[in-house]
Design a protein around this ligand. Structure first.
Ligand code: PMV
Length: 324
């Protein structure tokens, strides 16, 4: 059995259904060809050592029996709790060294924490020679997210595990891969990192104040997701774009838009995109626009002119895999 392994998992972008998916509704998510890598090695001493330089964690070391205790740097939380959950559930022993490295800027909101958790769990299953399924990786990684954030749908974990484009319902109740070979999407980064937990809390406060209104919005978002799924499968980009713009209206109603995201979204629509919306929790991170190849150059230029950074990436990437 190997005692060292490198695993990679894709980043993700929410296409439709954010926020509503936290409350038992579906969403659509795509995996990105920009990946997170984790090299995981078994150690003789019962230590946990983590190097995650992208998130300023260097030579972070503690004893296995103290996992989950004390002050844990933000950048170490997911891997540390993931490791703790794995050891607890599978009753294995042995020290672990982990080094993570992302191909993308962690501030983009491509799901670096969930992708590194998924890499770690797959690596641990291999290193300890245990039989496992993709759902086993999902379950333990999702538990880790809930331990840390208390709330979250798990869509990002599913995307890192399964890859491709998924139709996903809260907690993995449905994880359905969709056969879609291309997606004419442009991605723009707003320059500001969003705090998903804070935005989820703001939305839940709004829901407490206006329960019927917000539930009505979630219901409409669900209808949009179902229509978008059909449009995606038919490659009806015009309809998909229109649905994006309608979804964006509801996200604005939830209060998660920003001036910058709106500027980029309007600029891309005015430059010929079929439609555009923010992607993820809102409050920053990225927007996405769907457009025909004829207008792509104009849309890219318009997003950059409004102050955003266009990120070139491919969609529908492979899920978690062993690299070497
Ligand atoms: O901020 P992101 O890209 O991780 O997206 C969060 C999406 C939410 O629906 C708000 C939360 C979730 O867990 O589904």
């Amino acid at each position: 059995m190997k005692n060292k392994i490198t695993v990679s998992a894709p980043g993700k972008l929410m296409l439709f259904g954010e926020h509503a998916v936290v409350y038992n509704r579906p969403c659509l998510v795509t995996a990105l060809d920009q990946r997170m890598f984790a090299t995981v090695q078994k150690l003789d001493a019962h230590d946990f050592i983590l190097d995650a330089p992208d998130v300023n964690v260097v030579s972070y070391k503690k004893q296995l029996k103290t996992l989950g205790r004390g002050d844990i740097p933000k950048g170490a939380q997911f891997v540390e709790f993931g490791c703790q959950n794995f050891f607890k559930k599978y009753k294995v022993r042995g020290g672990i060294y982990i080094k993570t490295k992302a191909q993308f800027f962690p501030k983009y909101g491509f799901g670096s924490s969930s992708a590194s958790t998924v890499c770690l769990i797959k690596a641990l299953f291999h290193l300890f020679g245990l039989a496992f399924s993709q759902k086993d990786i999902f379950d333990i990684s999702y538990k880790t997210v809930l331990d840390i954030q208390k709330k979250g749908s798990g869509f990002d974990i599913a995307s890192a595990v399964y890859g491709g484009i998924l139709y996903f319902v809260t907690g993995g109740k449905v994880i359905q891969p969709l056969k879609i070979d291309r997606l004419p999407l442009v991605v723009g980064y707003s320059g500001r990192k969003a705090d998903t937990a804070v935005l989820m809390r703001q939305v839940s406060e709004k829901a407490a104040k206006y329960p019927n209104v917000i539930d009505g919005i979630y219901m409409q978002i669900e209808v949009i997701v179902e229509l978008a799924k059909k449009a995606l499968l038919k490659k009806d980009w015009e309809r998909l774009g229109e649905l994006m713009s309608i979804n964006q209206g509801y996200l604005e109603s939830l209060g998660v838009g920003t001036d910058m995201l709106s500027a980029m979204i309007y600029a891309s629509r005015n430059a010929g995109a079929y439609g555009a919306k923010l992607s993820g929790a809102g409050g920053g991170d990225c927007m996405i626009a769907i457009c025909s190849p004829i207008y792509k150059k104009n849309v890219v230029a318009a997003i950059e002119k409004s102050g955003g950074t266009v990120i070139s990436c491919n969609f529908n990437a492979q899920g978690v895999r062993i690299e070497l």
